[in-house]
Ligand binder design. Sequence first.
Ligand SMILES: [Zn+2]
Length: 438
Amino acid sequence: MFVRLCISLCGVSLLLGSAAAHASTPRGFDVLHYDVALVPDIAHKRVTGQQTLRLRAERELRAVTLDSGALTVTAVMQADRALAFAQHDAKVQITLAEPLPTGDTASVTIRYHGEPAYGLEFAPERDEVYTIFSTSQWMPSVDAPDERATLDLSVTLPAGLLAAGTGRALPLRTLPDGRIEHRWQLETPMPGYVYGFTAGRYQEATQQHGTIGLRFLSSERSPAQLQRVFTATGGMLDFFADRAGLPYRGDYQQALVARTIGQEMAGMSLMSERYGQQMLEDPTQTALMAHEAAHQWWGNRVTCAGWEHFWLNEGMANFMTAAYLQQAQGEAAYQAQVTIWRTRLDALRAKGADHALVYAEWNAPTGDDRAVVYQKGAYVLHLLRVEMGEAAFWRGIRDYTRANDGRSVVTVDFQRAMEAAAGRSLQPFFAQWVYGVG
Ligand SMILES: [Zn+2]
């Protein structure tokens, strides 16, 4: 199960070519804040939205280009002035009212609607709607993972649904027509792909784990079953916090939704109802929930600056999952993961599909490309652990994570932190295993 899940965790198959291009193309602006009001129509799989984004010009700025997926933008305003805009290639290019001098800020309001084929997932048979990875499919935004901004998110839904979203939950508002406006405020700047929410006809269970409020949601599981499915959550967060050298921040929510291979968001993660059933049948199958929990540090807080460094998110999350299993279930559980990674790498080599962990052509990743990032990436971290020894390796992981909390990183940031902990150059290792083909 773990092999199959790990090949395609976290919606990687939805990565778009445009994202890779963005990582290397200066945008000329920094988004400071998005304020988004969304009205999903679950029965018809449609959405309407309005958002205001505040940005700062990094050079004199005449136009702003955002990723907008398959959304149709109907109007763009700057103060009271309607702005010209054009949509092509899953982007919207907005011409500002007048050039914005370097360092100045401006706010732009965008109205839009659409029927997203992915990114915003609808399950009308369950009265459910949730987001998966591709945020620009439901709000015009910057896909590139090196862009961090704060977020106010409002989602208006029929009465009777429970929802979880990224950020601190604000009080619900009941509209005159009886609909409910759910609101969240994300006060720490985060990359756009970890924005999102889920809503459905859920049952819920809660736990308090130290300072962390845990909340579990599902349409098919009773509160008692949810407590069993997610019983390991608190221990997982403690383990990763210790390895990261950074305490978990805020509350953590997990929801079982109609269909997903697993998706992390800021302060929450989604798994499938099917996975919940598997957990009830075999409580040792914690790898997927551990993988998503690990992303709260490696992915969400320390984020690859471009998708060519995606192994820093996914190889790390897989490796940390195995390290958690080693602590929770014993050495054999860790070694079983190492064997799975090495076997997959051997298979890649046998068919000539192995390549460097860092590579620019992340445009239409194949299953083999994902195996390089997810499984070879984890295997290389295991080899580095052996190369450096326990004390230096974990000191390096902690130093790297703490130094880059809230930042976007490239592979050399990781290499430098590990070399500092090792007290020596690791260039031969990185040349062979990270930049080369092992
Ligand atoms: Zn992942």
